[in-house]
Design a binder for this molecule. Structure first.
Ligand SMILES: Nc1ncnc2c1ncn2[C@@H]1O[C@H](COP(=O)(O)OP(=O)(O)OP(=O)(O)O)[C@@H](O)[C@H]1O
Length: 316
């Protein structure tokens, strides 16, 4: 198991031989059911109520083929430093320069606390859906698991190198689809011979017309690019695969094929994380759902109970 984001503060209780690893922050049963909290913000904060008024909900993580833990997220915090481009022009300057004018040279740093103390353990065979409103921290959590953003505090331990598949995943836009398949395959650790052997399957799975593979990726629609990315990533077995909204850009047929592929990856003892606002996608592909709100884990449990609580609270 590798640690993605090491931190001096990160620690976790692990038992690699027996499987049962205690989830330090999100045990199977915990805390009091509440949604929404009516207490005033200050008082509520003391009781562990999040800024949105949502509180951790009593939940039971579904029993699955949980022989081995694959990813342990331990009290993870991720922050971004955001710099404003300049100070708003005011007074006489505003009149002169217009309301949108900025004063150059003044860079004010602001910290966004995107993930706030999330803990859970993922097991082989788990397909975990991440749900939450816009900006709740789902993508940031995935990126931290994949080691793409550093943790401020806490740690992520992963048995294998997690592969992140997102709509924004890097492809060489000026290169043809064919070249991108080769580069993508090599980046996933295949040899050139292996990529060549799998090339036809990858293209067939993507459903793209052969002639498009000769065109540069920048001429592809968002959906076409997403199909090719998914097809490349799904051509190898991953012990840990993170899919961020990539499933929602293909058409219905491709969506079905992707869902089947995710099920197969799970059978091959992998762990799959799926970020999606499309709740039916989560329901069809996942056995477990994490509900994130304002960077905190609100609920971790079976698909039906978490989706029901989430839709009730958000009116989704
Ligand atoms: N690169 C970045 N720089 C600064 N702030 C960021 C960055 N990426 C995300 N954030 C901030 O972190 C918070 C969490 O964003 P994140 O993208 O993880 O949420 P999300 O739940 O995936 O949202 P969505 O459902 O809209 O994709 C937001 O407040 C967002 O503004």
């Amino acid at each position: 198991m590798t640690e993605q984001n090491s931190s001096p503060n990160g620690s976790v209780a692990t038992d690699w031989n027996g499987g049962a690893v205690e989830n330090t922050g999100q045990d199977a049963t915990q805390e009091v059911p509440v949604v929404p909290a009516k207490a005033p913000a200050k008082k509520a904060a003391k009781k562990g109520v999040g800024p949105s008024g949502l509180k951790k909900i009593k939940t039971r993580v579904p029993v699955g083929p949980r022989e081995r833990p694959t990813v342990i997220v331990d009290n993870l915090h991720v922050t971004y430093k955001v710099y404003a481009t300049g100070k708003s022009a005011s007074g006489r300057n505003a009149e002169k320069k217009g309301l949108l004018a900025r004063t150059p040279g003044i860079r004010r740093a602001h910290e966004v606390h995107a993930v706030r103390g999330i803990s859970f353990t993922a097991y082989e065979g788990d397909a975990i859906g991440l749900v939450g409103t816009n900006g709740s921290g789902k993508s940031t959590l995935c990126q931290a698991i994949a080691g793409l953003v550093p943790s401020k505090r806490g740690a992520v331990y992963s048995e294998a190198n997690p592969t992140m598949l997102g709509v924004g995943a890097a492809m060489m836009n000026d290169l043809s689809g064919e070249r991108n398949v080769i580069l993508g395959g090599l980046a996933l650790g295949m040899s050139l011979e292996e990529v060549k052997a799998k090339y036809d399957d990858i293209v067939e799975f993507s459903g793209l017309k052969r002639e498009f593979l000769d065109y540069p990726m920048r001429t592809y629609s968002q959906g076409m690019g997403a199909r090719l990315r998914f097809s490349i990533a799904a051509s190898v077995s991953h012990q840990v695969l993170l899919i961020d909204e990539a499933l929602s850009v293909g058409d219905r047929l491709f969506g079905q094929r992707s869902e089947e592929r995710i099920r197969k990856l799970r059978e091959e003892a992998g762990t799959v994380f799926v970020v999606s606002h499309a709740l039916p996608t989560i329901t069809k592909t996942c056995n477990r759902v994490l509900w994130i709100d304002q960077g905190k884990l609100i609920m971790d449990g079976g698909v039906d109970e978490v989706i029901e609580a989430y839709t009730e609270a958000e009116g989704a």
